[in-house]
Write a protein that binds this ligand. Structure first.
Ligand code: SF4
Length: 228
């Protein structure tokens, strides 16, 4: 596991579970609005395994869960074994994924050490390449299908990226069947971004007011929608 950073405590990343967040290095998407740009590449400063283990040992009984985030955790070698170790330490485990590796998700679901998964749906099939530089919608749809068929509790998340309109959002929400929970995240300007993305990042992004106004129509498409 290549872990680039730890958030020592979080009350919001794992629903109902006081947790820490481990940020893995490396990602196979490149979203223009990424907040963890320094983690996209697998090279760079990372924490040594021993200090991560020591931290997790020390926090036993103080924290209830661990969120494995990124970057993209499913790219990590030894992820399955690492999750098993966390379970042995008594933690509940949540995985945040960009949905690009359905086979890995299938394996992890079968292994049944995971407690919760959050999968990102970045955009419509048509808009995936412009939002995250990959034609990744079908992989995400397959991941969601696997999670739906498994017993795994999960949620879907979409960031209201600049330029996404209410009509565009409706198309994103309609691109999958009704989900158990679909969380909308409001856009915040990242601290680091590519210079050529600046103009796009400064486009209008939907606000809480916009979403609240459109909510009755959006709930007709995805009844289990929440906005944060
Ligand atoms: S999937 Fe997540 S970590 Fe990867 S580029 Fe997109 S926002 Fe960043």
């Amino acid at each position: 596991m290549i872990i680039g950073g730890i958030q020592k405590t979080s009350t919001i990343d794992f629903p109902g579970v006081l947790s820490c967040v481990l940020f893995c290095r490396g990602c196979d998407l490149n979203c223009f609005y990424c907040h963890n740009r320094e983690l996209i590449y697998s090279f760079g400063k990372s924490l040594d395994d021993e200090s991560v283990r020591e931290f997790l040992e020390k926090r036993r009984g103080l924290l209830d869960g661990v969120v494995i985030s990124g970057g993209e955790p499913t790219l990590q070698k030894g992820l399955k074994e690492f999750i098993a170790e966390l379970k042995k330490l008594g933690y509940k485990v949540k995985l945040d994924t960009n949905g690009q590796h359905p086979d890995t998700i299938k394996e992890l679901c079968e292994d049944s050490n995971l407690d919760y998964v959050a999968v990102d749906v970045k955009a419509t099939l048509y808009d995936y390449p412009s939002v995250c530089e990959e034609d990744g919608f079908m992989n995400t749809a397959e991941t969601v299908e696997i999670l739906t068929e498994s017993e795994m509790p999960f949620e879907v998340r979409t960031t209201l990226y600049p330029g996404l309109t209410v009509d565009g959002l409706s198309l994103v929400l309609a691109s999958l069947p009704v989900m158990p929970l679909w969380r909308l995240n409001y856009f915040r300007m990242p601290q680091k971004y590519r210079e050529y993305d600046e103009e796009r990042l400064r486009e209008y992004a939907l606000t809480q007011q916009d979403v609240e106004k459109a909510l009755p129509e959006l709930l007709k498409i995805q009844p289990n929608l929440v906005c944060e």
